[in-house]
Design a protein around this ligand. Structure first.
Ligand code: SF4
Ligand code: SF4
Length: 565
């Protein structure tokens, strides 16, 4: 009897020499787990666990396609690099890449006020300072905004710790001015814990969301994850954001926990509870199972590896089975474009690979208990309807007369007359017709009778707001109205690297090209962190002094004392 079944074949990297090698994704039926297995002619065999739930892994391979959500995302920069070195060595963006950027990511510095063992980039460890000038940051933003036909509308300012820059508020303002609809700041929160005033300045600058690293609530978790007990500091950040008026300004905090097996996987429930407690300002959680970079033994990889399937089980368990269905991110790729088109707003589309991440929505009722989004909407039906409506819009079709008039023996003449005007119709009229059609059609997928709907008015009406006014503000409002997005993105490392995934990556770094500073390189996130970061940053590094680890420790202990007073 076959105990190992091949699920698919792909190309990965050798974790030792980082050369391309063939890999198989297999279902080990003895262990009932999914593994990536690969062999380097020079460095031998490697095996890494991708999923502890084969049924779920196999389901997610075809789910989005089955509902018709798969979308060609051909948004590309004007100048593409030739893929001469092969993937993933030709990033820039090269002509083989399959997804345009959904999130434009700029590292503002690699300086940090912490020195976490799980960090991608840190000047104290790297020994050099990478910090683009204000003008270079603007050059990168302009590059992203010039992408055709759909420039990214989300800008993520990251690091290192971007709050260490004195010109951060100017950078946020510039991002808003250049047309980014959602300007996100990644932060460990140290600076925000120090002062409400600083948080208010972020509000005034026009920030839209705070991507806040939050690994748990226990002191021992923080000590292991970040080298120092930040439990009180992190809660202080949430309180300061609250006092600074984040909710009134529609600024959502997204908790971003890095999950390491055996270190903080037991904190997943605590993190969800914190999101619930601060649901007036917390719009979501993006769990990030740890990405294992640097030299590390295979034993440690096995010990620390945490997969999205483990995460799904933990969330399900903590919510007593209420949050139980987790959707690949690309499920929404046509829906997001459709709602943007209906409102004549800038579009975006999440066309990432199905194994990159998932999302769902947890709804809080009036007693602060969790309910699942499936209690309110028939999700599969609604998504299918969004997808077919989007496909109609692409072909400029009108809702089919026979469908509109299904069951009617003598359809009114007027409808046929209206349909004859299709070609002559203005864009505005067409948009209005499709909006009405969409709202009427989508209503079919709300669950329950009118009494049930009235009982759950908040969620129902907030969702209706998206239907009536489906722009990004109403989406942000939806998540700040006690509906919390619970999601995950599993960044890759050399052990689980999958070329199919990285070629569909939609989180793209912008970096000045060291060989020609008039140009910008656009590099998919997981390729950057696995392969390109140190080479590029060293070529662009400024010879600035970086703080010593002792100095960083001294400052953080002063803050902990200040917060606990
Ligand atoms: S990851 Fe994308 S941009 Fe980089 S080499 Fe591969 S296809 Fe090209
Ligand atoms: S950043 Fe990594 S995990 Fe996320 S979409 Fe890109 S390739 Fe996938």
């Amino acid at each position: 009897m076959v105990k190992i079944e091949t699920v698919k074949r792909t190309i990965s990297l050798c974790p030792e020499c980082l050369k391309n090698i063939r890999a198989e994704i297999v279902w080990d039926k003895d262990e009932n787990k999914i593994f990536m297995v690969k062999s380097c002619p020079e460095h031998g065999d490697f095996q890494d666990r991708l999923s502890s739930d084969p049924d779920d892994f196999i389901w997610q391979q075809t789910y989005t396609e089955t509902l018709g959500s798969d979308e060609e995302n051909s948004t590309k920069p004007v100048e593409l690099l030739e893929n001469i070195k092969g993937c993933p060595y030709s990033c820039g963006l090269c002509d083989q890449h399959k997804s345009g950027p959904c999130i434009a990511l700029i590292d503002l510095t690699n300086r940090c006020n912490l020195h976490c063992p799980v960090c991608f980039a840190n000047s104290a460890v790297a020994g050099y300072v990478y910090e683009p000038t204000f003008e270079e940051v603007v050059q990168i933003m302009q590059y992203f905004r010039s992408i055709k036909p759909i420039p990214p509308i989300m800008l993520q300012l990251s690091g290192g710790e971007p709050t260490l820059r004195d010109d951060l508020f100017d950078i946020i303002r510039k991002g808003v001015k250049l047309g980014f609809v959602n300007v996100m700041l990644t932060s460990n929160g140290i600076k925000l814990a120090k002062s409400v005033e600083y948080c208010k300045q972020l509000v005034d600058a026009g920030l839209n969301s705070l991507y806040f690293s939050f690994d748990g609530i226990e002191s021992k978790t923080w000590k292991k994850m970040r080298g120092v007990d930040l439990s009180d500091v992190k809660i202080q950040v949430l309180k300061n954001c609250r006092s600074a008026g984040f909710a009134a300004a529609n600024i959502g905090v997204v908790l971003v926990p890095t999950i390491v097996n055996g270190i903080n996987d037991h904190e997943i429930g605590n993190i969800i509870d914190v999101a619930r407690e601060y649901s007036d300002i917390v719009m979501g959680i993006v769990f990030q199972p740890v990405s294992l970079t640097g030299r590390i033994s295979i034993e440690d990889v096995n010990k620390m590896r945490y997969t999205t399937s483990d995460l799904k089980q933990a969330i399900n368990k903590h919510t007593n089975g209420l949050i139980h269905k987790f959707y690949p991110l690309s499920l929404t790729s046509k829906m997001t474009r459709l709602i943007a088109w209906l409102e004549d707003e800038p579009a975006f589309s999440m066309t990432s690979h199905q194994d990159c991440g998932f999302a769902t929505i947890g709804v809080l009722d009036d007693k602060n208990n969790w309910q699942s989004i499936e209690d309110f909407f028939e999700v599969d039906g609604l998504m299918k309807f969004c997808n077919t409506t989007y496909d109609m819009v692409q072909k400029r079709e009108l809702p089919h007369a026979t469908k509109l008039l299904e069951g009617m023996k003598n359809p009114p003449k007027i409808i046929r007359t209206v349909l004859n005007f299709t070609d002559a119709m203005t864009d505005l009229a067409y948009r209005q017709i499709m909006k009405l059609y969409f709202m009427a059609g989508a209503a079919r997928y709300f669950k329950g009778n009118i009494n049930q709907i009235l009982k759950n008015q908040k969620t129902f009406f907030n969702f209706l707001k998206i239907m009536w006014s489906p722009n990004l503000n109403s989406v942000a409002g939806f998540f700040l109205n006690r509906n919390i997005m619970i999601s995950s993105m599993h960044f890759q490392d050399a052990y689980n690297f999958d070329l199919e995934r990285v070629q569909r990556c939609l989180v793209h770094y912008g970096v000045i090209n060291p060989e020609d500073p008039s140009k910008v390189l656009e590099i998919p996130f997981c390729a950057m962190n696995t392969l390109h970061r140190s080479v590029l940053e060293q070529a662009l590094a400024k010879k600035k002094e970086t703080k010593s680890i002792e100095q960083l420790d001294k400052e953080i202990y002063e803050l902990i004392e200040q917060v606990s007073k």
